[in-house]
Design a protein. Structure first.
Length: 320
């Protein structure tokens, strides 16, 4: 099969389009013909500095496609079925072998290109808001990196739950594009101080919850933007800088900082079933998957570079 591979970590131009051996279907797995690859925030970080589990390495968490082989121990999936899949790596390819547990059936009316981009961002945003963030109707949430896929999912889910939604992004144009999805107030962090703006918008009360996929210095602002008993779900390191914060600033306001890692619980019934529900919500038009742009799989390097240019709002796809 063809795949986008690399032999060393680095900038997007480490990606090559090459022939590699087909993956082998495990007895408890499925093999899919990939129709859409969703490039995750973690994929660009892994390309930059993650472990090369295979050599050459095929990066990538998420892809959707059609099952072409089913492992001997798998009884609930069949050849020809359309599925969205998640695994530690291997999405940037024409074929993908995954454990059957991490393949969610896709309803007939849902485009596989949208389905490819649901499990991780929506499942993660849901956990940040509800499982770990304990969000309630009437509260105010700050979503850092609102134009990213986790951010866009969090904006929609928080709005649906009856919260007021504030989000940050690196330009006014990006914030404008978030408004149709439930954004109440946008903060351009390049031109405005986030904590000052949050305090203005909340009459100095602060926000009840922050979803922070950026880390680094952004996390300190997240702490300072919190209301009394406010909570933070720290979920990523999109900022690509070390996260060094003064955690003592949590203490005086009885504030809580929680780490969130979907991968640690993705095999549980709770997360598995939640992702299935979220796929159904998108199929019914209750939630929206925002796709910014598609590239052929052969242009994976250009797709990664486009994401890192900070122009993408929502997801960028690769089409084999
Ligand atoms: N813990 C988990 O289970 C889990 C699950 C999913 C994702 N994540 C992590 O969450 C983060 C976001 O994921 P995602 O899929 O939403 O990513 P994404 O769609 O690529 O969005 C990332 C956003 O981060 C912002 N950003 C801030 N500083 C940046 C920098 N130095 N370089 C690039 N972007 C920067 C960008 O928006 P602006 O330009 O507007 O700032 C961008 O839109 C990633 O770190 C990912 O690894 C963790």
């Amino acid at each position: 099969m063809k795949a986008a591979v690399y032999y060393q970590n680095g900038a997007p131009d480490v990606l090559r389009y090459e022939d590699v051996p087909d993956p082998v279907c495990h007895s408890r797995g499925v093999l899919i013909r990939v129709e859409a690859v969703s490039i995750e925030g973690g994929d660009t970080l892994n390309r930059l500095g993650g472990a090369l589990v295979t050599k050459p390495h095929i990066v990538g968490y998420q892809a959707a496609g059609t099952i072409i082989e089913v492992g001997s121990e798998v009884t609930h999936l069949k050849v020809g079925q359309r599925v969205a899949t998640v695994d530690g790596y291997g999405s940037h390819a024409e074929l993908r072998a995954v454990t059957a547990r991490n393949a969610w059936p896709v309803p007939d009316n849902l485009d596989l290109r949208l389905a490819a981009a649901i499990p991780v961002p929506f499942g993660t945003a849901h956990d940040c808001l509800f499982e770990f963030g304990h969000l309630k109707a009437g509260e105010t949430v700050l979503v850092q990196a609102g134009a990213g896929a986790v951010g866009l999912a969090a904006i929609q889910l928080a709005r649906r739950a009856g919260a007021t939604v504030i989000a940050t992004a690196s330009s006014d144009e990006r914030l404008e594009r978030l408004k149709p999805f439930g954004l109440d107030h946008g903060i351009n962090y390049k031109t405005h101080d986030v904590v000052t703006e949050v305090m203005k918008l909340t009459s100095k009360a602060g926000v009840n919850l922050v979803v922070d996929p950026v880390g680094g210095q952004t996390l300190q602002g997240s702490i300072l933007a919190l209301a009394y008993r406010g909570r933070i779900s720290l979920v990523g390191q999109a900022g690509r800088e070390p996260t060094k914060v003064d955690v003592s600033t949590l203490m005086h306001g009885n504030r809580t900082l929680s780490g969130v890692f979907l991968g640690a619980e993705i095999l549980t019934d709770r997360v598995h079933d939640n992702i299935a529900r979220l796929i159904g919500d998108v199929a019914r038009g209750e939630l929206t998957v925002v796709i910014d742009r598609e590239f052929p799989l052969s242009e994976a390097a250009a797709a990664h570079a486009f994401i890192e240019s900070r122009q993408a709002v929502g997801r960028v796809l690769l089409i084999p």
